[in-house]
Design a protein around this ligand. Structure first.
Ligand code: FAD
Length: 308
């Protein structure tokens, strides 16, 4: 019920405009968002690198409505990659295709992502672009995009996809991606999807996650297990030990601001750990999805606002 409400709120353009411009909105978002500037993302990345985890930096934004905005978003990612290289950060980038103008002009989005990928491939060592997965109207397009980009000579291993375990099609998508050697981030899924498309019960989504996670872990390709679910993380560790899968053959991934304790303890135990750090002025839909996942965050945020 509350999940559906927050997801509906995440889609409101009016609220987004009001919230993103307000001071209180910016303070509210700081629990999950590193800040509004590249320098904020760099600072947060350095802090995470210091405790031994790697990072994926996300320049927040989605569903841009004109080509100029899309070009500006891509430009900001180029700037980020410059910073990653200059400061030798242990970080890659995550982006959304609708932020690169997918709704405006598919060819433009393709060109912009291709340009970023060319930059990533030219870096030493080569870097990596993760294409986030959005709502189901974009699933096929996004996977096609990643497959096309991965096929370009030189790009293999430098671009990866995301699979959401709530999607009924997830297993067949995984089979197809694995057959091409594409790296996958597995997550549960953050959007509101109808029952024809996605499992609705948490128990089904979790069971599918565990099933898919084991397929990925045994694939011999380096994947990311994106979850804060302690039971699943425990099961992943036990599976790795049982199947003699080395600690560095995959990585756990978590979001900035969520379960830092768990992030650090996984690092101490020697597991790969990557933290997803979002930054930027367009934080509203991202924050609403975090509230949808855990409505108790509303109270947490309210208390922190009161304290300051
Ligand atoms: C690195 C990363 C990248 C992601 N990329 C995508 C993507 O591309 N597309 C997509 O659809 N989704 C993405 N997600 C979001 C994901 O789909 C889930 O919505 C989110 O991770 C919550 O699911 P969970 O696996 O943590 O399990 P849940 O069962 O939701 O939560 C398990 C436990 O984690 C903690 N927790 C979970 N969420 C929160 C929160 N918001 N605040 C505080 N505690 C919380 C709580 O302790 C909770 O009990 C990503 C998540 C991560 C970690």
């Amino acid at each position: 019920m509350l999940r559906a409400l927050f997801i509906a709120l995440s889609e409101s353009r009016w609220l987004r405009n009001v919230a993103e411009r307000s001071r209180i909105g910016q303070r509210t978002s700081s629990r999950f968002v590193a800040g509004t500037q590249v320098a904020d993302a760099v600072r947060a990345t350095e802090a995470v690198n210091r405790f031994g985890a790697s990072v994926s930096i996300d320049n927040l934004g989605e569903n841009v409505t004109n080509a100029e905005e899309a070009r500006a978003s891509a430009q900001l990612y180029h700037h980020l990659l410059d910073e990653i290289a200059a400061r030798k950060l242990n970080a890659n980038i995550s982006l959304k295709l609708t932020h690169m103008g997918l709704d405006v002009d598919e060819d433009l989005a393709r060109d912009l992502v291709r340009g970023l990928l060319a930059r990533v491939v030219a870096m030493s060592p080569k870097n990596f672009v993760r294409v986030d997965m959005e709502g189901s109207p974009y699933t096929q397009l996004t996977l096609d995009f990643v497959e096309d980009l991965h096929r370009v000579p030189g790009n293999a291993g430098c671009v990866g996809a995301v699979i959401q375990s709530y999607m009924r099609r997830a297993e067949s998508d995984i089979e197809k991606l694995l057959s091409q050697g594409i790296r996958i981030r597995l997550c549960k899924g953050a959007y509101k999807e109808p029952p024809e498309v996605a499992f609705q019960k948490k128990s089904e989504v979790d069971a599918n996650y565990v099933k898919l996670m084991k397929i990925l872990m045994k694939s011999g390709i380096y994947h990311g297990l994106a979850t804060h679910d302690e039971a699943i993380i425990k099961e992943a560790k036990a599976f790795a030990t049982r199947e003699k899968i080395p600690h560095n053959a995959f990585e756990f991934q978590m979001l900035h601001g969520i379960r830092r304790d768990l992030q650090q303890s996984l690092v101490k135990e020697g597991w790969g750990m990557r933290v997803y750090i979002p930054f930027g002025t367009e934080w509203y839909p991202y924050l609403m999805r975090r509230l949808a996942e855990r409505p108790a965050n509303v109270m947490f945020i309210a208390k922190n606002l009161w304290r300051r």
